[in-house]
Design a protein. Structure first.
Length: 733
């Protein structure tokens, strides 16, 4: 009987029958082979060894016999592999066959190229003592402040652009590819056209290479030669011109575009006049009668793609009125727009000036009705564009925004992070939101908690920034923890945004911790976040100092000042004054006063040094008072008296508390000369406290007759100056 290949067997079934009876196949319901499907003697080790030996002998003889009988047509012996199958293996009485089922082969899984690296990265935690990975370079170049980090990133991007320029300018010197696997972005790009003749193929090549001027010139040459250009090529040229605004794209176009769009959006939210100035400043306006409009007018045939490209280009480059007029022309020609064009038209409606907010909203609703009439299904960007435009409506846009959000959920479109970002900005943008609006952020977070997101909208990376701003406004620490937990869910951390947004997010989060969290927890967050995640601003450190003051942990002030120097805040007068005020406000134990005096001396050196700046910073009067007091309390009398000289040098008036402390110090050292010097200083500034200081000298010190007369003269001069100033003020009245 011939062998059945369908059963995967190279032998006749009756040959294997004796073997199957001696060694029945294990049941699928008993994967380890320890059930009743095997004979009892099989479980004994010695008998199992004998059975295995017999099996191997028989198998070898069987294979040798079949080598001559079952050779293939090419003389090759087929594989002697056994397959388990129900047709060839007879059933054994008492065997468990209930577990036998259909074998399901799993689908092939495509692994990411960096899957192994991701798996390894998941086994370790972030190093809280290291700088962010983007700045891990030469230790000398690692930034220590937010300003330096921005300069570092800009310099790095500038270096990349310079390298690309050199490679693309001289591609013949960079032909050797040593990367394995091949990395296309590291190889030179060919930007020079290869087709020299005047043809439509040459035009398509220049369009593909993004040569705006060369493409327009080739188009004009083809028209002059009487060549008919296809509609597809003409539309491709329109795409190029409308995307770049009829200008040559710079090498760092995408990098510039992201920053300019953010500044334009911030300016647009103020008012339309500022938006116009911003448009003109950044050169993104649509020029009238440009090459795009000229070529569009010269096209003998236009389709919906032609009109839609022009409309989107006009809206992108801030020409909303022209875009709306062109849409009217599209309708007159009985053409239909696509969903992306409707999204642009909605934005154009919101950008139009000299219209009431109610009229703008009615025009947006009319566009939505036209979408339904043309059977154009809205997408996520449609609703996000509506919500983005409603932000400019302020309070009037809140009810339409809620209606838009409900409609979005009703038709089955899942909101993205940008959707919630627009909602938060609309309800929490102003300082005095309505009472009901303060609850929306809680509904949003309850819906989003535990979810993992993928990018769907360019503004998705702005959600966490706006959410943490709302938490800071509401002073809700639990809500801030909820937002931060969502950020650390899955890969949501990728939506934190660029460097300045990350700094804003963590600054708001940490300031809220300083305001409402226990000091030990706050200090742990300080250790975990700074500087491995973000570099603190001076206001962030001031918030931390105030938290230390509330918790009576002022012994950490010298460490905060040390960190402030490391992060480049040595010239922040508000920060230095806050530190000095907290140290000088109250009396402290002697060892702490010594540490405070050292810190004060370090701060004093920042006012005197001229290395970092050409002009030394001006001495504030409060800082002079604080430093002098700290020197006095630490017993550094010589430095304290030098501080009194700085009052005269910088024409600053010492405080009454400082003079009284100097008098106490002179009394403790029993130095009448120092006490008289203090009175002279008070008299020189015509301070009212001069008389009280004179009385203290008379009562607490033993002085000579000459010193008494000198003190009397100082007191009379001070009283005369006071009376003269009073009379001048009365005459002025």
């Amino acid at each position: 009987m011939p062998c059945s290949l369908r059963q995967g067997m190279f032998f006749e079934p009756n040959i294997l029958q004796p073997i199957a009876e001696l060694f029945p196949a294990p049941s699928f319901g008993d994967p380890e082979g320890r059930g009743h499907a095997f004979p009892a003697w099989y479980t004994k080790p010695k008998m199992a060894a004998v059975a295995t030996n017999l099996w191997l002998r028989f198998r070898c003889k069987l294979c040798l016999t079949l080598r001559g009988q079952r050779a293939g047509p090419c003389g090759q012996t087929p594989s002697c592999r056994f397959y388990s199958g129900s047709a060839t293996v007879p059933k054994v009485e008492g065997a468990n066959v209930t577990g036998i089922g259909e074998v399901v082969i799993p689908k092939k899984k495509t692994w990411d190229k960096v899957a192994v690296l991701q798996a390894l990265a998941s086994t370790v935690n972030r190093d809280i003592t290291a700088a962010p990975y983007a700045f891990q370079d030469d230790p000398y170049l690692i930034p220590t402040s937010s300003v330096e980090s921005r300069s570092f990133l800009l310099a790095k991007k500038s270096g990349e652009n310079a390298a690309k320029f050199i490679i693309n300018s001289h591609p013949k010197y960079f032909q050797k590819d040593i990367a394995e696997p091949h990395i296309p972005c590291l190889m030179p790009e060919y930007f020079e056209p290869q087709i020299e003749d005047i043809s439509e193929a040459a035009l398509r090549e220049r369009i593909k290479l993004k040569k705006v001027k060369a493409s327009v010139d080739m188009f004009d040459q083809l028209l002059q030669a009487g060549t008919t250009i296809s509609l597809e090529t003409s539309n491709s040229l329109l795409d190029l011109l409308c995307y770049y605004g009829d200008k040559e794209p710079p090498a760092d176009y995408h990098f510039q575009k992201s920053e300019k769009s953010e500044e334009l959006e911030e300016a647009a939210e103020e008012n339309d006049e500022k938006s116009k100035k911003a448009d003109h400043q950044f050169g993104v306006t649509w020029r009238a009668k440009n090459n795009a409009e000229r070529i569009f007018a010269l096209m003998p045939e236009k389709n919906s793609h032609s009109y839609c490209t022009m409309i989107r280009g006009m809206v992108k480059h801030r020409a909303p009125v022209q875009a709306l007029n062109l849409y009217t022309e599209l309708l007159n020609n009985r053409l239909h727009a696509d969903v992306y064009t409707f999204n642009a038209l909605i934005e154009a409606t919101a950008l139009s000036v000299n219209k009431k907010l109610e009229d703008k909203w009615n025009n947006i609703l009319e566009l939505l009705k036209q979408m339904a009439a043309q059977k154009v299904k809205p997408n996520l960007q449609t609703f996000n564009t509506i919500l983005k435009c409603l932000r400019r409506f302020h309070v009037f846009g809140r009810l339409p925004a809620l209606q838009t959000f409900r409609e979005m959920k009703a038709i089955g479109i899942e909101p993205s992070l940008a959707t919630y970002h627009y909602m938060i900005q609309l309800f929490y943008h102003h300082e005095n939101p309505s009472k009901g609006s303060s609850l929306i952020i809680y509904d949003i977070m309850n819906e989003l908690t535990g979810q993992k997101f993928s990018p769907k909208d360019p503004d998705d990376d702005m959600f966490f920034q706006s959410a943490m701003r709302a938490c800071s406004f509401l002073r809700d620490l639990e809500l801030a923890y909820q937002v931060h937990g969502l950020l650390n869910t899955g890969d949501n951390w990728k939506f934190i945004g660029p460097d300045h947004r990350r700094n804003f997010y963590y600054s708001k989060f940490f300031s809220l911790l300083c305001l409402m969290e226990q000091i030990d927890v706050t200090l742990q967050w300080y250790k975990d976040l700074i500087p491995s995640v973000f570099f603190p601003h001076s206001q962030t450190l001031i918030d931390l100092l105030q938290a230390l003051d509330v918790a009576n942990r002022l012994e950490m002030i010298p460490q905060i000042w040390k960190d402030s120097k490391e992060y480049g805040h040595i010239f922040r007068n508000d920060l230095k004054e806050e530190i000095l005020m907290l140290m000088a406000r109250d009396q402290h134990p002697p060892e702490l006063q010594v540490a405070f005096a050292d810190c004060a001396a370090d701060i004093k050196s920042t006012y005197e040094s001229q290395d970092a700046r050409q002009i030394a910073p001006e001495w504030p009067a409060n800082c002079l008072n604080y430093i002098a007091v700290l020197f006095l309390r630490a017993g550094r009398m010589q430095e304290a008296w030098k501080m009194l000289g700085l009052f005269k040098k910088h024409n600053k008036i010492p405080g009454n508390e400082l003079l009284n402390e100097f008098m106490d110090s002179a009394k403790a050292s029993n130095s009448p000369a120092q006490a008289i010097e203090i009175v002279k200083l008070a008299s020189a500034f015509s301070l009212p406290v001069c008389e009280g200081l004179t009385q203290r000298v008379m009562a607490d010190f033993v002085i000579s007759q000459e010193q008494k007369e000198a003190l009397g003269n100082l007191t009379s001069l001070t009283s005369d100056s006071d009376s003269g100033s009073d009379s001048d003020s009365n005459e002025g009245k």
